[in-house]
Design a binder for this molecule. Sequence first.
Ligand code: SF4
Ligand code: SF4
Length: 233
Amino acid sequence: MSKTPTLSDRLSKARSGSAPDVTERARRGVMAYVGAQTDVGRATRDLADGTAATGVGRVALSGLSPQGLACADGCAFCCILSGSDGGTITEAEAVALHTALAPLAGQPDGRAWHPKACPSLDPETRSCRAYDARPMICRAYVSTDAEACKAVSEGRAASGPGTLGPYHTYLAAIGLSRAALKGVKRVATYALSKVAAGAVQGASLEDTLAAARHAPSELEAELKRSKRDLSRA
Ligand code: SF4
Ligand code: SF4
């Protein structure tokens, strides 16, 4: 009788869709995360909802100290989102964002400042109202020049803003989690702006997640964009 593959077996063979070096960094992180869990059910849930991927990304982010950043509270050009998606987030991040914003339902949101702003934003102070729950995509986006961020938000090219490496590692970790849990558990991603909009409109968590859930191809597309961005860096 063949042995049932463990989570570690599955992760060791999984492909992420990201660049090889990023994939291996993510694999080491996710396998260390899973290896530290004594409960297989918990480890499986953490892989499925992106808790493990977010943990890997945050650990990597905590090891960085970029210099010369212009980022400051109330500076929010990066919270003006292009398109209707706003960026890829995990289920755990979507739940945390909804939980943080739900008590603010009905209050004016970021769109009262700018029509394309993230609904999590406070339109007066331009601070994130879900700061502690903001997802990796927000934590990893930084800039040395706020004017350049303003230009980018207006659709003009500018240098200064960029996404730090740990975001790419996090994305690869989601890709690995999905591949490792194929046929076992769904690993979904969500649209940041749709989760925030659902929460501030008073929609339930269940309805918000259903409306904001990505098609599986969206993670693949985001991983391709990540690979392309890394090859240009
Ligand atoms: S990324 Fe740009 S817009 Fe966002 S806080 Fe930093 S400088 Fe300001
Ligand atoms: S969640 Fe917060 S930090 Fe992220 S885009 Fe929205 S307002 Fe900005």
